[in-house]
Design a protein around this ligand. Structure first.
Ligand code: ADP
Ligand code: MG
Length: 382
């Protein structure tokens, strides 16, 4: 494939914050940007040259959009695989439709991982609600039932602590066609490996963030992870093998759990920029968004080493009160804090509205600044 040079147009399927940040990086590099998203006021719309408003199964509209781009990528996983295959026949699309088909479906993803011997949580595939109680009893409690498709930020999941919980569980996750039942583990830590793999099979890794979740949503990440060289090396090797098994051209985030026994298991995969990689915008020479662009355009991989340490914290809609925005001016007084807002008009509980990254050398200082930032945000709520 020829190089796609600045001046060409990048097409992004999905116009959420990931699409917005990718579009901003594309603009910085001198590319044109077109996006496809059903929401007229999606975050990337303000950055794009043109926005196609349509459903992710509207093949004619998708093809019309694709014709305006030199290369396509996606930031959103729930695109109809039929539509994506069609796009791939007509256009350059990275990562491939085959990769997305695996990663957009929890059952396919888990079976892909376990059939190739990658470590995962113990699980069972549940095809019908009637199967749930016996499979849950076999697997043992506590467990988590997850819809195979469309879940994100802990949505489409329910915890099961006894047989009684099984009765309402299927309905609670929206009566899916198929679901995944996982053993609920006690976690020592969560972290993710973000790997880029190019057309020539060269790979690059981002520094590994350690991830802290609240109610199933990523709350904050720290870099470096503090998890030690041995674990990080093992996780990178697994991510490398997964990317190779997928024949990936693009970016892949591999979410890991560190279990009570200090084993690592793969939680899930995302073939796109990842929330836990946002720190790369402020502390790495090449951000995850730029790396994705370089890869899909067949350009050299960028250097990803961290220039400093950092903490990234998500800012959810919970921080907004009535007409009151959080105290941005207060936050911006803090040295080393970089604020990113996604331009979303409607704050809602659990909705990702922005994030900040605190950049520094010493992790204790970074954590102290984060505490100050949290106090400023909480004062706004009281
Ligand atoms: N099997 C499990 N054991 C323990 N915690 C889990 C398990 N599955 C999910 N979680 C918790 O819920 C979070 C979100 O689940 P995940 O499967 O990654 O879905 P999502 O697509 O919403 O990110 C995880 O990051 C983890 O904190
Ligand atoms: Mg996850």
């Amino acid at each position: 494939m020829k190089e796609i040079l600045p001046g060409a147009t990048i097409g992004i399927l999905g116009g959420g914050q990931l699409g917005r940040m990718a579009a901003m990086e594309a603009r910085r590099l001198g590319y044109g940007v077109v996006i496809y998203d059903p929401d007229p006021s999606c975050p990337a719309a303000a950055i794009a040259d043109k926005h196609w408003i349509g459903g992710y199964d509207d093949i004619d509209k998708l093809l019309d959009f694709a014709a305006a781009a030199d290369v396509l990528t996606y930031e959103f996983e729930n695109i109809s695989s039929l539509a994506l295959r069609k796009l791939e026949e007509e256009s350059l699309l990275f990562p491939s439709a085959a990769v997305l088909e695996i990663c957009q479906h929890r059952v396919r993803e888990k079976e892909f991982l376990s059939s190739r011997g990658f470590p995962t949580v113990s699980y069972k595939v549940v095809n019908r609600p009637e199967e749930l109680s016996s499979k849950a009893a076999d697997l043992g409690f506590p467990s988590i039932l997850k819809t195979a498709q469309l879940g994100y930020d802990g949505k489409g999941q329910v915890s099961l602590s006894s047989i009684e919980d099984c009765f309402s569980a299927w309905e609670n996750i929206g009566k899916p066609a198929i679901a995944l039942l996982e053993k609920r583990l006690e976690l020592l830590a969560e972290f993710s490996v973000i790997i880029g793999r190019d057309h020539k099979k060269n790979v690059s890794f981002f520094p590994i963030p350690r991830n802290f979740h609240k109610k199933g949503i990523l709350d904050f990440t720290i870099v470096p992870s503090g998890l030690g060289k041995r674990l990080e090396k093992e996780a990178k090797e697994i991510a490398f093998e997964i990317a190779a098994a997928l024949d990936l051209i693009g970016l892949l985030a591999v979410e890991f759990f560190l279990t009570e026994n200090e084993d690592i298991v793969v939680n899930e995969l995302a073939p796109r920029p990842h929330n836990s990689g946002h720190f790369s915008l402020d502390i790495c020479l090449t951000s995850q968004f730029e790396q994705l662009l370089r890869i899909i355009c067949n350009l050299p991989l960028g250097a990803t080493s961290a220039r400093s340490n950092g903490l990234m914290r998500n800012l959810l809609g919970d921080l907004w009160r009535a007409d009151n925005q959080p105290n941005w001016a207060g936050l911006l007084k803090l040295p080393g804090l970089k604020l990113h807002l996604y331009g979303k008009k409607q704050p809602r509980v659990g909705r990702k509205m922005g994030h900040y990254c605190i950049v520094g050398e010493n992790m204790d200082d970074i954590l102290a600044l984060d505490t100050q930032a949290l106090q400023i945000l909480e004062n706004n709520l009281s």
